[in-house]
Design a protein around this ligand. Structure first.
Ligand code: 13P
Ligand code: SF4
Length: 306
């Protein structure tokens, strides 16, 4: 089947099956093109929490994102076209490890990055995303924060609150953590008038080279304002599609796409979206007890971020 036929068939089935397609900004351009909504983790969570007239949500993203949608909208059928699309950072901490850490720091407020399993969210007090972590931690009265699993996002947040005591887990995103700061510096020297937009999942040596440390959705919003003409983009390569749409006249520079690639995000394609809509396969299921506990940390996020 030609790509145009697949797109047409997806559109027909989406209507007849009352399905909504949500896509993360790291997915393939053609996937973002067929989506009803494209956004960052926070934007997608807000959308999933308020989704109205539909029976199913087809989630073009990785598993923790689809699980978040299921936790927030349990009455909807949430389908994950690429069932093996996980997040390597989310898999770096498990429930027993977090329970042990909590026992060591019983007075700490447990803050989990949304890039985590349902079990981790269920054990946490509040969830955060890269776009709201600084704001939410600032609104927590407790001065002792246990931040999991991303030591880089946690470190970035901690820089804003020198009076708070942070305990980190040694988790990280392999895509962002291993970016070579010398390569970023070389890009800056080549394009001195470009603004550096970087994801806060990057390691500290890279972060200090950034003009803006923001989520993918915030990057798209900033570029759409058209305040600057040139950008150096340091995050997963899929974002370039949304950025070029946000300002077609701007100039974008980045590292080679192979150095900024999340293989899991690239597992979602038009073919498996179509198969999912045809067969209603790969439904995301979450244990109800666990869901109710995890919902509390997500609801706390939505309350504190508002
Ligand atoms: P966003 O919060 O920008 O969507 O980032 C999610 C993510 O997985 C980054 O690697
Ligand atoms: Fe997870 Fe990193 Fe991929 Fe984001 S880019 S989904 S944090 S592995």
């Amino acid at each position: 089947m030609q790509q145009s036929e697949i797109v047409e068939r997806i559109s027909e089935l989406r209507r007849s099956r009352k399905a909504i397609i949500l896509a993360h900004t790291y997915t393939l351009p053609e996937v973002q093109e067929v989506a009803d909504f494209v956004g960052d983790s926070y934007g997608l969570s807000k959308k999933a929490a308020k989704i109205g007239e539909c029976e199913s949500i087809v989630f073009a993203g990785v598993r923790f994102m689809a699980e978040t949608a299921k936790i927030l909208s349990p009455e909807k059928r949430v389908l994950l076209p690429a069932p093996t699309a996980g997040c390597r950072m989310a898999d770096m901490i498990d429930g027993p490890s977090l329970a042990a850490l909590k026992a060591e720091h019983p007075n700490a407020t447990v803050v989990c990055y949304v890039n985590s399993t349902v079990e981790i969210k269920a054990l946490s007090d509040v969830c955060v995303t890269s776009s709201n972590a600084v704001k939410i931690v600032g609104r927590i009265e407790n001065d002792e924060i246990l931040f999991v699993p991303d030591k880089n996002l946690g470190g970035f947040v901690a820089e804003h609150y020198p009076k708070k005591r942070f305990i980190f887990w040694d988790g990280f995103c392999p895509v962002h953590n291993f970016i070579n700061p010398d390569a970023v510096l070389a890009l800056k020297n080549e394009h001195p008038d470009a603004k550096v937009l970087m994801h806060p999942e990057c390691a500290p040596e890279s972060r200090e080279l950034a003009d803006y440390l923001i989520s993918t959705g915030q990057m798209v919003d900033l570029v759409a304002e058209k305040r600057f003409r040139k950008y150096i983009i340091i995050t997963e390569s899929g974002i370039m599609h949304a950025l070029r749409l946000a300002d077609p006249d701007a100039e974008f520079y980045s590292l080679p796409p192979k150095d900024l690639l999340c293989p899991n995000m690239k597992k979602i394609n038009l073919r498996n979206i179509l198969e999912t809509l045809e067969g209603h396969e790969h439904e995301v299921r979450v244990d109800e007890d666990m869901r109710v506990k995890a919902l509390k940390s997500l609801e706390k996020m939505l309350e504190l971020a508002g």
